[in-house]
Design a protein around this ligand. Structure first.
Ligand code: THU
Length: 139
């Protein structure tokens, strides 16, 4: 899988972000087990707590379409006016890390946090979310 392709999908998804309150736009592209890419963007709400992050939109959209195996996610986030080169590395929030953990193998699942197609950091989910609580704890 081409990492640049996944990042490009996240950048494109970011254009659909609805973020009138924070002005912080995020796109996420989830690489599924079948190599399909499912995207999400952050969707804010006038009742702020109803806001959903880009990563969770992507995961929930994939699960709702019957996909539950994931290999990687690319995330691109930054202020409204930014476009191809973002000033920020938009690391996934704690709640999104937990949601990814539900479906991903922490040792192999990759998280690409991108500022541009060529400038990105790569982590495993285990690196970003060590010693986590997951489905195995409830078996
Ligand atoms: N946001 C995401 O989409 N993903 C994250 O992991 C962190 C935060 C969004 C939520 C909100 O719309 C905006 O960024 C500012 O918090």
């Amino acid at each position: 899988m081409d990492t640049r392709k996944l990042i490009n999908a996240a950048m494109t998804a970011r254009e659909n972000s609805y973020a009138p309150y924070s002005g912080y736009r995020v796109g996420a592209a989830l690489l599924c087990g079948n190599d399909q890419i499912v995207c999400g963007c952050n969707i804010e709400n006038a009742s702020y707590g109803a806001t959903v992050c880009a990563e969770r939109v992507a995961v929930f959209s994939a699960v709702a379409s019957g996909i539950k195996e994931f290999k990687a996610i690319a995330i691109a986030g930054g202020a409204d006016e930014e476009k191809d080169i973002l000033s920020d590395h938009a690391y996934p929030c704690g709640m999104c890390r937990q949601v990814l953990r539900e479906f991903a193998d922490p040792e192999t699942f990759k998280v690409y946090v991108a500022r541009s197609l060529d400038d990105y950091e790569e982590y495993t989910l285990e690196e970003l979310f060590p010693k986590s609580f997951g489905p195995d704890n409830l078996k």
